[in-house]
Design a protein. Structure first.
Length: 337
């Protein structure tokens, strides 16, 4: 592969993709602002519920609730940076959770259950990627079709019944602790770390930014855009399979209703984190902060026994403000150039 394969062409000028090291360790005003919002929410939580919010049990609950949607958001970040969108992540989580909890699957033991969940998620993601890249179907339509069909297949397999996990080995591992920290939180941390390295320290990550910034220029620079797009959706599907394991471990059951509205929460967390919906720019650190903002907000409403409709209104306001900030940021960058 030549050096041009790692560059993005603009007209007749070849511009190298900016190194991610500088981009991630610089003081990004957006990330500082998001951190400030998270700190303010924590202060609000401690003021409204000083006896509950900063307890070890509540903080552990926040992180465990953030774990599954956080893993899905990691995959969604890759997809959106690459210039796509995935509306099917919630349904893929449901299908993976149902498939790994069938009686036939459980009869083979926990290793087969885990492998089944991961393969189902990966397979669905690759199908999305192939439809988008090689089938040339608009990502919105391709993933919308997967959203409907995966949820329907989950209902078909489960008979619209909740499938309880009977394998004690599976539950003991995923519901256990490691060094005093729940395994689910370790899984989230591991997925985030691997995703960060993949996005910021590998050729795959550089190509993801390049494809999202300008797919045609990336193709001219020697990148196989179709294959890379399919792989990016495969990464998102694999994350959904991991999230399905986490949901099943937390609820001890697989159901076709698992992962409901995960696609909206994941997209919202990614957008709030500063990733452009048009692709080419974003960070997993921003996504992580976005996930924590939503999870802490939900926890505050729960602790104060507030209605979910007010919570949804608050989420909507946050999303709109994030979108407006993105628009102003993009407009300002275009004006400066």
């Amino acid at each position: 592969m030549t050096d041009q394969a790692e560059s993005v062409r603009t007209g007749n000028v070849v511009k190298p993709v900016p190194p991610k090291e500088k981009r991630n360790f610089s003081l990004d005003p957006r990330l500082l602002g998001l951190t400030g919002v998270l700190v303010v929410l924590c202060i609000v939580g401690s003021v409204t519920r000083p006896d509950q919010f900063f307890t070890e049990g509540n903080l552990s609950t926040i992180l465990r609730l953030a774990a599954a949607i956080g893993v899905v958001s990691v995959g969604m970040t890759f997809v959106i940076i690459a210039g796509g969108i995935d509306l099917s992540v919630g349904s893929i989580v449901a299908l993976s959770s149902v498939w790994l909890t069938t009686l036939a699957t459980q009869s083979y033991g926990p290793f087969v259950m885990i492998l089944c969940g991961l393969l189902v998620g990966l397979g669905c993601g690759l199908v999305n990627g192939i439809l988008v890249s090689y089938g040339k179907i608009v990502p919105f339509i391709a993933t919308l079709a997967m959203y409907v069909s995966a949820r329907g297949l989950a209902e078909r397999i489960s008979g619209r019944r909740t499938q309880v996990v009977a394998d004690t080995g599976f539950l003991e591992f995923f519901r256990g602790d490691l060094l005093g920290i729940p395994v689910l939180i370790w899984m989230f941390a591991l997925v985030f770390a691997i995703g960060w390295v993949l996005l910021n320290r590998t050729t795959f990550g550089r190509r993801t930014y390049a494809v999202g910034g300008n797919a045609e220029a990336s193709r001219l620079a020697g990148i196989n855009v179709k294959r890379h797009t399919a792989l990016v959706y495969g990464v998102a599907g694999l994350c959904c399979g991991i999230a399905a394991l986490m949901v099943v471990a937390r609820t001890t059951a697989g159901a076709s209703t698992n992962g409901m509205l995960y696609e909206l929460d994941a997209i919202a967390a990614v957008v709030i984190g500063g990733t452009l919906l048009t692709g080419g720019r974003g960070s997993l650190i921003g996504t992580l902060i976005g996930v924590l903002i939503f999870t802490v907000l939900s926890n505050i409403f729960t602790l104060n026994n507030l209605d979910t409709d007010i919570q949804n209104i608050a989420k909507g306001v946050i999303i709109v403000l994030a979108a407006l900030l993105q628009f102003r940021s993009v407009k300002k960058s275009k004006t400066s150039t």
